[in-house]
Design a protein around this ligand. Structure first.
Ligand code: PMP
Length: 461
């Protein structure tokens, strides 16, 4: 064995460097320091190398034999890491991916000799065509196969509890106050978070979620709202994986695609960190969160994968422009434009203890059909005409009862910056879009508001 050599490439996983950010953090107080953990430097291209190690180790313990087939539903990174390990250990791989994933990711998996099956993104997670269901079926039908099941396999958070957490603790000697990670399967945040909290209970674990995903609203309000699609890859979900322990989070912050991609480009151009969109998301989220905090604070942000897989998207001006992520294209406007158009700027809300008859009176008086329900500043859900109608027709309760049991989750939350092109899609799925900024409800947008805004804009031309 050559001096200084590693046995094989899997031995190069981990011990990724922690690096300080300088230029993208300008404007933060000097005693708030942001550092990043460069997981994109792992041989398989992401933090999923750690997951692959633990998944395969556990599968071998459970009887997986060489020559067997590893099957997985993957947005690309888990596949790349499993494919790398499979190449060395002599397994075959079949990966099932949603069709929104970049062509580079598909090519990357095929380069390792893996079979890739593409499924539609725009179907529910329990639809038989969804990538979750298809991967499960392929695993069931393939002999001597192992379904890696990163969304439900406890070996996923365990990988980060056994490896990522201890590694960060050792590298920093515990000299950090906040750990920040994007939320996908939740493996990273749940495993690393649990380890770090066991070592230092006052550690803050901050999750970053894209606008459109379920996690943010659920953590903030306990409601399962309507998910909608977004472009950033690898983070956010439209269902709740069992690998996600949301209780580990001390706080959660939300970022939109534009914020993610702008920061991804800045990290590359200003810090020399060629990362993917979820890295931009995590840093954008960390900075947004830190702006409202007092130092001294040492914040460590987890950067999952590298920018090479996104050169046709985030690093391509045409793609960025087509999707309205560069400022040159005005688009049809943002939610803030609709809010500005209203004569009365303050938002009307109600509370869970309001009486049915009073809410009916408000609807009549203001000529509206739904209201956000807020309790002590916290959004609880929406109450709509149809819910009241159902209640009155069923005759179960009187007009004097409170609306508490009638509050619904049939809404999506957006921000003032959300583009109206996206809101149109949101309103095809949900009854209303509730607008929140810094966790306060600042507006509600329904189909008629959007139609009214567009009609007014068209008549101005
Ligand atoms: N970023 C990227 C690019 C990813 O592929 C993933 C995995 N889905 C994540 C972040 C989130 O990590 P985790 O699944 O451990 O929550």
């Amino acid at each position: 064995m050559m001096h200084g050599a590693l046995e094989d490439i899997t031995k190069a996983v981990g011990e990724t460097p922690i690096v300080r950010l300088h230029r993208v953090t300008e404007g933060l107080p000097p005693d708030i320091e942001i550092y990043v953990k460069c997981e994109f430097l792992n041989p398989g291209g992401s933090h999923k190398d750690r997951l692959a190690w633990n998944l395969v180790r556990r599968a071998e313990e459970a009887g997986l034999q060489p020559g067997g087939t590893i099957v997985e539903a993957t947005s690309g990174n888990t596949g790349a890491s499993l494919a790398l390990l499979a190449a060395i250990r002599g397994y075959k791989c079949v990966f099932v991916m949603p069709d929104k994933m970049s062509t580079e990711k598909v090519a990357n998996l095929r380069a390792f000799g893996a079979k890739v099956v593409i499924c539609p993104t725009a179907v529910d997670a329990d639809d038989p065509r969804s990538y979750y269901k298809v991967s499960r079926r392929i695993a069931d039908e393939t002999p001597n196969s192992f379904y890696a099941d990163q969304y439900h396999n406890p070996a996923n958070p365990e990988a980060h509890y056994l490896w990522t957490g201890p590694e960060i603790w050792k590298q920093t000697k515990g000299d950090l106050d906040v750990f920040v990670a994007g939320l996908g399967t939740g493996g990273t945040v749940s495993g690393t978070g649990q380890y770090l909290k066991e070592k230092k209970p006052e550690m803050t674990i901050l999750g970053v979620d894209p606008v459109g995903s379920l996690y943010y609203d659920f953590v903030k309000t306990g409601r399962i709202t309507k998910p909608f699609s977004y472009k950033v890859e690898g983070i956010g979900e439209d269902f709740f994986p069992t690998t996600m322990n949301l209780k580990i989070l001390d706080d959660i912050v939300r970022v939109d695609d534009k914020e993610c991609f702008r920061m991804t480009r800045d990290l590359t151009r200003l810090e020399g960190l060629f990362v993917g969109g979820s890295g931009g998301a995590a840093v954008a989220g960390a900075i947004k969160w830190a702006k409202a905090k007092k130092g001294p604070l040492k914040i460590l942000v987890f950067l999952c994968d590298g920018g090479g897989k996104y050169v046709s998207k985030i690093f391509n001006d045409d793609w960025m422009r087509e999707n309205g992520f560069l400022d040159e294209e005005p688009g049809i406007g943002t939610v803030a434009d609709i809010l500005r158009m209203r004569e009365k700027q303050e938002i009307v809300t109600t509370t869970p203890t309001a009486k049915v008859k009073d809410v009916i009176a408000t609807f009549k008086q203001l000529g509206i059909s739904q209201l956000p329900v807020v309790d002590k500043g916290k959004l609880l859900g929406v109450i709509a005409e149809v819910d009241l109608l159902r209640h009155m027709v069923s005759g179960s309760r009187s007009a004097n009862s409170t609306i508490r049991d009638l509050i619904e989750s049939d809404y999506a939350t957006v921000t003032p910056e959300t583009k109206l092109e996206l809101v149109q899609g949101v309103l095809a799925e949900a009854r209303a879009a509730i607008v929140t900024a810094d966790d306060a409800v600042v507006g509600i947008v329904t189909k008629i508001d959007l139609i009214d805004y567009l009609a007014t804009k068209a008549s101005d031309r």
